[in-house]
Every structure is written in structure tokens, then in C-alpha cells.
Write a protein of this length. Structure first.
Lengths: 447, 450
């Protein structure tokens, strides 16, 4: 940890990111970072395709068996909750029951927030309030203000950029509800943020507007002082771990952006495929009307294609509603984390400047002035908070992406299963021909 | 003397149908029994083979394709593909096959063979050749005739054509077909010497007949209608299928990008890295699996294409019927008018307007000797005409009987083949889905280890 003389800022020039110490690696600042090809176990292992082939999971589950998607993802969620808190949980928050409100001036949606808690900070064991997006936005700014040394989870985007999206459509509202629920749960899981006064008010106040108007700002000690840090100081040296975090986040956001674009492209291709399928199926029906003996099998093919279209539509909808929003959320998360990192840099820069100024002044040698001490205090607190939050963030990120990607795989498996079921049903009456065919098809391929 | 039209219908009643046994499956040609009642008409030459060749089981295969260069008709260098045709006879006892003939042919020779068969067996639904140029292509497939995949599919199509001909109870006995398989040099000359081109009906004549025929057999009219619709629906199907293939290809290939980005991402991760990296590998597998899947689908498309082209062959038989029927109707009409003329000359009455009537009025009646001479000529023509009409009627009846028998054979073949094709298509789709399940299940396992 940076406590001694400031180190030279690690240049990211000739060294690739993989050679850099992982933000959470122990005593990473002592390790020599060079272009050596045999990284130590604590550092990131350089990965190449060749190595990875050796540790592929074998075989996979036999085709045809699959776990129902909903129960496995539910399991994941339960595991997530258990792993985050070692201790028993004493605060539960849920967001549900969206309702549309139509007033003269505007139309908007509110969500019901249900809180159950045994904490002393709460007067009642249970609360139920209604909040709208604005209120969440307010909460987030307040948290950023009052807890600047911590990572505040992101909110779903305020405005939807792409296309003409109906703000009141069921899918949009549901997607948003899930994101807001996630937002509050992340705060609930945070050992510091969950005790924040504003959070408490958000969960409990009957009339949030009145409270907002009062504008009571309760800042923590560090928050108060950090608030007053003015910019303009130049940072001498960033501690390795924060430099690494910064670089990691850059690459991370970049990769997520790429995945987002790929997913969007896949959805686009799938929709175009769907368009063609919708023309393809009916042609078999038209043909079947011309035929006698062939009418039934032709209709069967037409029905299977129709089934495929339906299943494909469900798949693309799921991708759009469940997969993309979570990706985007994490990109926003990275952005907000970067700004917190910047703030930390500022606090450290101020401290360094004061140190330098102090060194130049000849008086007060033996005793360090109070304000410099305060600065050091601030820096250390910030670094500690941030480090803890980063660790928590990494764990959450891992759980979230595991769940997200497994969900993606599940959706695709379900899609193919729907198709298979229908087609097997259609061809089951043709069993004798099928047996003949399985040999024939192999023959008629490559000779 | 017979009346004009009412007797025609009586003469055109189709004889009771005698179904011929329909051809075996596609992998072997089992030939042997003499087919009853299918006498080839109008070929003139003896195209029946005398020897016992066809009484044994034979196997025909188009086993290779080779690029060649040579000089064409206008002495220009050209590149073409030649196909190796091998014929084996299978001894009954031990099932061993012995190579009896092997020669090289190019596509144009196949075309010549088919044109010959079309002219000499107009009552047969002649099997079609694979397409000359690649049509219904989707973007990955090349429309180039020299493309190896196209050549390979054409090789299979040509083999299929030969097997169809060889398993047809009538066509298999044709001498020119036999020579096609056994005599490499001089075959073209031999075909041309049969003079079959002279017997071919002109397109214009056929078109004229189609419009003007008054009383074709209703079954042929229906069949023509059916073959038009079939052609239209299969073309549409193949076009859309090509577009579907294109799109599906896109969906699969984009997933390959996941492979790359997961790999890049895994480089900056600690615990998540392994899972991401191996999942990425499965995405690559997924993306490349589409190539085999679509190749199999091309085979399905080729099966449909064969019947698309068969529709044309059906139409050709209908056209021939219309032509013969029209010919017959014209002959009847001609005969009737001659008889009338004769009668007028004999009785001296002019019932209808005629040039003779005019000139008689203007220039006076002709001498009795002249009239007698003309009556005699007409009577000769009438008797000739009646003979011709009799034989045309017979021909027409025979044609209808034989053609309809072959059409029934064709219908059964078509139903059988297409049913199999549709089922194998479904099987392909099921196999594709199973592969998809496998890949995503593997990926899911990798993700679970993140």
C-alpha cells in the first residue's frame, strides 16, 4: 500500500496488461514486472489457445438432458446471496408491482418497495412504499455525494436511446423493474451503504418529496472533507493496484462493449432469419394443397417451420430483455467506478502537494501540521474503502456474469429443445423410413 | 364414310391401363424382365439390344470428375469437366462386382443422350439432368461451374440420371444408352446417324397445337396444370430456402466473434478466465458447425431440384399428346373437307363457297372428263386419308395408354422419393438441433466454472 515514498508511475507501454499484477494480488507492488514468459502463480497466467484446449470440460452432458432454466438460475441467485454475507442477513428489500399513474401533467410508473428488517435503524419491522425512477435517481446522487469513497451501483439508463421504445410497454417496465431491484439489493448488501441515512429514508418515508425538499445532507467525516477537495493537483504516482484497477476497467468496459455489439448483431441476424422463415413455411402448405399422398408430410414440415419461428422470436425477445440490459449496466458501473478512481487520485494528489509544500517550508519539521495529517488520513481511508469495494465488486461481477452467461446458454438450449420436440413428434410415425434413412444419409454424404 | 367429330371421341377413349412395375431404389439398377406392351414407336431403327447385357444386375457410378482442356467446335481453347462412368456387373452368387466398362463423358454428351431419349420415347417421362448452371445459390455458394462443390454435386446428379434411366423398364433397353455406357469413341456420330433430330417436333408446331387443340384427354390437361403449379411452387421453395440458408449462416458465424472476445476478456480475469476461454472455444465450434449442416441441406435442395426439372418432362409428354391430338383433329377435318368436295363434284352442287364454284360461275363449267379426273384423284386421296386416320387413331390410343402407364409409375416414384427427402430433411434438422444443444450445454458448463 502506498505509504512510503511515492513510486514511479508504472508505464503501460511495452508491457501488456496480462503482465501487470492483478489488483487483488498480494504484495504485487514488490514483484518485478518484466517481459518474462514464466509468470508467477500470483500474477495473471498468460493464456493461449493451445493451453486452454487441455483443460476443456469433457464431453458435456448427453444431448437431450437439460436442467430447467428457471430453477437453475434461481439456485444461482440463492447461492449469490449466501456467499456475499458470511453473517445472517437482517435486511431484505424487493422491488415489484409496477403501476401506471396518469395525471394531468404527466404519466409515470411507480414501483412498490418492500423492506423487511430487524435492524435498530428501522422503527418498524416492515415497510412498503411506492417510488418512481426519479426517486431512485435522487437516491443515487445522494449516495454519491455522501459516500464518495465508495462504489455506488448503477441505475438503468434514464432515456432509451435506440429506436422508438414504448416506455410503458410490459417488457420495458419489467426490464427496468429488474434493474431497479438489482440496484437496491446491491446497496442492501453493502456493509456501509446499507446504513446510509438517505437509503433509510428512501425505504421508509411516506412522503419522499417532503424530505427531499428539506435537503438535509448528512455526510460522513471523509465524505465531508472529500467534498471540499478541489481539483487541479497533479498526481505524482498512482499506487500499482489502483493503476491496475484503472487499466482493468478500461479493458473490461471495452470487452463488454464488444460483447454488446456482437449480441446486437446476433439479434439482428436472427430477426432477418425469422423474416425468411415466415415466408418459407407457408410455401410447403401451398405445395401440400397440390398433392395427395405427400400432403401430410408437407404440412408437417410447414408446421415445424412455424414452430421454429415462434421459438426464435421468444429467443430474441429474451436476449433483448434479459441479456443486453445487464451488459449495459456493467458498462455504466465501470464508468462510475472510473470517476471514483479519479476522485481518489485527486485526494492523493492534494496530499502529495501538501507534503511537498511542507517539505519546502523549513519550520514545523518535527511536527506534521494538522491539515497534512488530515489529508493523509483521507487518502488512507479512501484507499481502504475503495479496495474493499473493489473486492466486493469483483465477487459480485463474477456471480453476475456466471449467472448471465449461463442464462444465455440456457435460453439457446431451450430454443433447440423446443424445435427438437416438435420435429420428433412430426416424424415419429415415419419410424421405419427413419431407420432406413439413417444408413442412407451417411452414404450419400462424402463418398 | 365416317362422320366428322362425333366418332373421334369414340376413337380416343383411353384403353384400360396396364401398370408397369416401377423402378427400384437409387443405388442399384436391377433390370431383367421384358416389359409388356411398351412398344417403342417412331424410332424406326432397331434400338433394342439383342444381347443379354441387361439381364444381369448392373451397377453404374459416375465416380470421378476431371478438368480438361480441348478445342471446341470453333477451334477455341476451352476448359470443361469430364466425368468417369464405370459400369460393373454383379454376379448373383457372391455379390462380387466386376468392372466391365469405364469411360469419360462430358455434360454436353449427357444432354445429347437425353435429347435423343426425349425424341424417341415421347410417351415416357424422361429423367432430367442436373442443372447446367448453378441456380438458387446463396451467398457462400459459388455460381461458378468450375467450383469443386458444384462439380461434386453435379457428379452425383449425373449418376442419379444414369441410374434412373437404367432402372426404367423401357429406357434401359435402349441401344444408344447402352453404347453411351460402353463405347467412348464415335458415340456422338452414332447418335446423330440415327437421325433423331429430324423426328423432333418443332417448338412452334407444338405451341400451335397447344393453343388450337379442341379435345385433348382431360387427364393430360389436368397433368399439365399440375406440373405448372409444381414447377412454380418448387422454384419458390428453393429460392426462399436459399435465403434462409444465407441468414442461418450469418447467425452462426457471428457467434464466432464471441470466441475471440471471450478469449481477450479472459486474459484480464483471474478466476473467471478459464471458464471464459473454454466457453469461447465452444462458440467457435458452434460457428463452424454451420458449414456441414448447410452442405447436407444442399443435398436436400438437389432432391427437390430433380423434381422441379421432372415437371418439365411431364409437360413434354402432355405437349406430345396435344400435338398428336391436334394432328388427328386436322386429319379428320381435312378428310371431311375432301369428302365434301368429292360429293360436290359428283352431284354438281356447290354447297359451300369455293374457288371452283367461283371460277365455274365466271368461266363456265368444266368438261365432264376433267371433272371425272378430279373426282378420281380426290377418291384416291380420301381412301389414303382414311387409312392414315385409322393409323393415327391407333397411334394416339397407344400413346395415351403407354404414356399414362408411365405417368402412374412416375407418380409413385415421386411420392416415394419426396417423402423420403422430406423425412431426411427433418432428420437433418433434428441433428442440427442436437448439435446446438450439445454445444450450448458444453458452454454452459464452462460458464458454471467461472
Amino acid at each position: 500500500m502506498a505509504g512510503g515514498p511515492p513510486k514511479a508511475l508504472l508505464s503501460s507501454g511495452p508491457h501488456s496488461l496480462r503482465d501487470m499484477p492483478h489488483p487483488l494480488a498480494v504484495s504485487s507492488s514488490e514483484e518485478a514486472v518484466g517481459g518474462d514468459s514464466t509468470p508467477s502463480p500470483d500474477l495473471l497466467v498468460a493464456r493461449s489457445f493451445g493451453d486452454k484446449d487441455l483443460i476443456l470440460p469433457n464431453g458435456g452432458t448427453p444431448a437431450g438432458t437439460s436442467s430447467p432454466a428457471s430453477s437453475s438460475s434461481l439456485l444461482n441467485r440463492l447461492q449469490l446471496d449466501d456467499e456475499i454475507d458470511g453473517e445472517t442477513r437482517d435486511l431484505f428489500v424487493t422491488v415489484d408491482d409496477p403501476k401506471k399513474h396518469v395525471c394531468t401533467m404527466e404519466t409515470y410508473i411507480t414501483y412498490r418497495i418492500t423492506t423487511k428488517s430487524t435492524r435498530v435503524e428501522f422503527d418498524l419491522p416492515e415497510y412498503s412504499v411506492r417510488r418512481r425512477y426519479q426517486d431512485f435517481d435522487w437516491l443515487r446522487s445522494k449516495l454519491e455525494e455522501s459516500q464518495p469513497t465508495h462504489l455506488i451501483p448503477p441505475l438503468p439508463e434514464k432515456f432509451v436511446v435506440k429506436g422508438v421504445v414504448d416506455r410503458f410497454s410490459e417488457e420495458f417496465v419489467e426490464t427496468r423493474r429488474k434493474a431497479l431491484d438489482k440496484f437496491l439489493k446491491r446497496i442492501t448488501d453493502h456493509p456501509v451503504l446499507s446504513f446510509n441515512e438517505h437509503f433509510n429514508v428512501f425505504l421508509t418515508a411516506k412522503d419522499l418529496n417532503a424530505y427531499r425538499k428539506q435537503g438535509i445532507a448528512l455526510l460522513t467525516r471523509v465524505g465531508e472533507s472529500v467534498k471540499h477537495v478541489t481539483g487541479g493537483y497533479k498526481l505524482r504516482s498512482r499506487p500499482l493496484e489502483f493503476a491496475a484497477i484503472g487499466e482493468y476497467l478500461d479493458t473490461f468496459a471495452l470487452k463488454l462493449g464488444t460483447i454488446d455489439r456482437i449480441a446486437q448483431r446476433i439479434i439482428k441476424e436472427e430477426i432477418e432469419y425469422l423474416v425468411e422463415l415466415r415466408e418459407y413455411g407457408p410455401v410447403y402448405s401451398t405445395w401440400s394443397a397440390l398433392e395427395g399422398e405427400l400432403a401430410e408430410p408437407l404440412e408437417g414440415v410447414s408446421a415445424c417451420i412455424g414452430n421454429c419461428s415462434t421459438a426464435l422470436e421468444e429467443l430474441t425477445d429474451d436476449m433483448t430483455e434479459d441479456f443486453l440490459p445487464v451488459l449495459r449496466e456493467y458498462i455504466l458501473y465501470s464508468d462510475s467506478m472510473k470517476s471514483v478512481l479519479k476522485k481518489r487520485d485527486q485526494v492523493q494528489a492534494e496530499y502529495e502537494a501538501k507534503l511537498e509544500a511542507m517539505a519546502l517550508r523549513k519550520e514545523d519539521r518535527p511536527k506534521v501540521p494538522a491539515d497534512v495529517e488530515k489529508c493523509q488520513d483521507r487518502v488512507e481511508c479512501f484507499n481502504a474503502d475503495l479496495k474493499a469495494d473493489m473486492e466486493r465488486w469483483q465477487n459480485n461481477k463474477r456471480q453476475d456474469f456466471r449467472q448471465l452467461l449461463m442464462g444465455l446458454a440456457d435460453k439457446n438450449i431451450q430454443y433447440y429443445e423446443k424445435l427438437t420436440r416438435r420435429m420428433v413428434r412430426e416424424t415419429v410415425l415415419e419410424w421405419p423410413i427413419l431407420c432406413q434413412l439413417s444408413g442412407r444419409i451417411a452414404y450419400s454424404r462424402r463418398r | 364414310m365416317e362422320q366428322a367429330s362425333s366418332d373421334l371421341e369414340g376413337q380416343l377413349q383411353p384403353a384400360p391401363l396396364e401398370p408397369l412395375g416401377y423402378a427400384d431404389g437409387e443405388l442399384e439398377a436391377a433390370v431383367g424382365e421384358k416389359a409388356e406392351g411398351a412398344q417403342e414407336e417412331s424410332s424406326g431403327l432397331d434400338t433394342m439390344t439383342e444381347n443379354n447385357f441387361w439381364l444381369k444386375k448392373i451397377e453404374i457410378s459416375v465416380s470421378e470428375a476431371e478438368k480438361r482442356t480441348g478445342r471446341n467446335a470453333v477451334n477455341m481453347q476451352e476448359t470443361y469437366t469430364a466425368y468417369l462412368i464405370e459400369t460393373r456387373s454383379v454376379e448373383h452368387a457372391d455379390g462380387q462386382s466386376v468392372l466391365t466398362d469405364s469411360l469419360w463423358r462430358r455434360y454436353s454428351e449427357f444432354e445429347l443422350l437425353r435429347n435423343y431419349l426425349l425424341v424417341c420415347y415421347p410417351h415416357i417421362v424422361v429423367p432430367p439432368l442436373p442443372e447446367k448452371r448453378a441456380e438458387f445459390v446463396w451467398h457462400k455458394l459459388s455460381a461458378d461451374n468450375m467450383d469443386p462443390d458444384f462439380v461434386e454435386r453435379r457428379r452425383i446428379g449425373l449418376e442419379n440420371f444414369l441410374l434412373r434411366v437404367a432402372s426404367h423398364p423401357t429406357l434401359c433397353r435402349d441401344k444408344i444408352f447402352y453404347l453411351f455406357l460402353t463405347q467412348e469413341g464415335n458415340w456422338k456420330e452414332t447418335v446423330n446417324e440415327t437421325g433423331f433430330q429430324l423426328k423432333a417436333d418443332s417448338r412452334l408446331k407444338a405451341l400451335n397445337a397447344t393453343f388450337r387443340v379442341k379435345n385433348p384427354d382431360k387427364r393430360f390437361t389436368e397433368l399439365k396444370h399440375y406440373s405448372d403449379e409444381l414447377q412454380s411452387v418448387i422454384s419458390h421453395l428453393l429460392r426462399v430456402r436459399a435465403r434462409v440458408a444465407d441468414r442461418l449462416y450469418g447467425v452462426y458465424k457471428v457467434h464466432g466473434n464471441y470466441g475471440r472476445v471471450f478469449s481477450e476478456w479472459s486474459a484480464i480475469e483471474k478466476e473467471m478466465g478459464d471458464g471464459l476461454q473454454s466457453a469461447g472455444h465452444h462458440m467457435d465450434v458452434y460457428a463452424s458447425s454451420i458449414d456441414d449442416i448447410l452442405e447436407d441441406e444442399e443435398h436436400y435442395a438437389d432432391q427437390l431440384k430433380e423434381y422441379l426439372f421432372y415437371a418439365e418432362a411431364l409437360r413434354a409428354v402432355c405437349r406430345k399428346h396435344e400435338l398428336m391430338q391436334y394432328d388427328l383433329e386436322m386429319a379428320v377435318q381435312d378428310l371431311a373437307s375432301k369428302k365434301q368436295q368429292c360429293e360436290e363434284l359428283a352431284t354438281g352442287t356447290v354447297r359451300t363457297f369455293s374457288l371452283k364454284g367461283m371460277t365455274t360461275k365466271l368461266f363456265g363449267q368444266e368438261a365432264p372428263e376433267q371433272r371425272e379426273a378430279r373426282i378420281k384423284v380426290l377418291e384416291e386421296q380420301i381412301s389414303e386419308g382414311e387409312q392414315q386416320l385409322k393409323s393415327k387413331n391407333l397411334e394416339g390410343r397407344e400413346f395415351v395408354k403407354n404414356a399414362w402407364a408411365d405417368i402412374e409409375r412416375f407418380k409413385e416414384q415421386k411420392n416415394h422419393d419426396l417423402k423420403e427427402a422430406l423425412i431426411s430433411y427433418a432428420v437433418m434438422q433434428i441433428s442440427m438441433c442436437k448439435k446446438g444443444i450439445q454445444v450450448w450445454t458444453n458452454a454452459k458448463e464452462c460458464f458454471s466454472k467461472m
